[in-house]
Write a protein that binds this ligand. Sequence first.
Ligand SMILES: Nc1ncnc2c1ncn2[C@@H]1O[C@H](COP(=O)(O)OP(=O)(O)O)[C@@H](O)[C@H]1O
Ligand SMILES: [Mg+2]
Length: 295
Amino acid sequence: MIHTFAALNSKGGVGKTTFLANLGGLLADMGARTLLVDADPQPSLTKYFGLAYEAPQGLVEVVTQGVVTSACISGTSVPNLDLVRSNDGDANLQHWLHGRPDARSRLARALQNPYVLEHYDFVLIDTQGAIGPLQTAAAFAADTLVSPLPPDTPSVREFRSGTLRVLQRLEHDESEPRAQLAPIQAVICKFDCTRNARQLLSELRAEFDAGDRVTILDTVIPNAVAYKDAFTARRPVHQISRQGGSRFPSGYEVMHRLVWELQPNLYGHFAGRLTGDPEEVFGPPEATEAQGGAT
Ligand SMILES: Nc1ncnc2c1ncn2[C@@H]1O[C@H](COP(=O)(O)OP(=O)(O)O)[C@@H](O)[C@H]1O
Ligand SMILES: [Mg+2]
């Protein structure tokens, strides 16, 4: 069964594209056929890995024609990782979608076609840090909404009063039939271990306790130069950050733990199509300082 993730956060610069690129890169390296969909008019995800093959079409045709065809699918430099590139440089799609009766379901329908279902295991949709019809369409196409969240006061405030409130409003839009969005998985990212970040993280964990619509994932993405180096090298972080430091686990460990939290059926699967016992490889997950646990 195909699984679709959409990265959403009403704030820009929080780490959506970085997270999705690294998630897609690892899933592909585990052997899962993965399709990235760049729904940000600023084509950051499109540029992340570079293209091994550039398809003539991209997101504009997917949305306006309402279907994903092979003509819309580019190949990235990572095996198993394809891309619907962003080709909406003038940001016309938001206007094009606005007011269309099927705006909300258009991307979901476009992705639910036999071509995608036959060729992919995962679809990962990146969005722009704002809220509009294109982000709404991405939200309604997702089985899981992932919200990268740096634990700093402006980002946490915007998450509560922007992202979460907008998502709630979408579900109760009076001009549309009632529809439920997928659960929200917040991924703490750019965590820098400061006292303020640890304080905010423990408040968030208390606020969104188990059973809520919002889950704060246990695995935390540190603020680490490896994520910038990976971007510069145009590679997924698990390939370039194999050894953890004294304060933070490696990109390899962090991204594996995140994949396993998001997709428990992949537990024990590693990059390079290897399998093994995670506890033997990484040791038990500890409530270390870097995880925002007791210190
Ligand atoms: N975990 C991280 N550690 C260090 N820098 C990061 C991390 N995640 C993202 N960044 C940097 O933050 C900036 C914004 O990230 P990006 O993924 O483009 O955010 P968004 O897509 O939400 O706008 C980029 O320069 C990126 O390299
Ligand atoms: Mg981005």
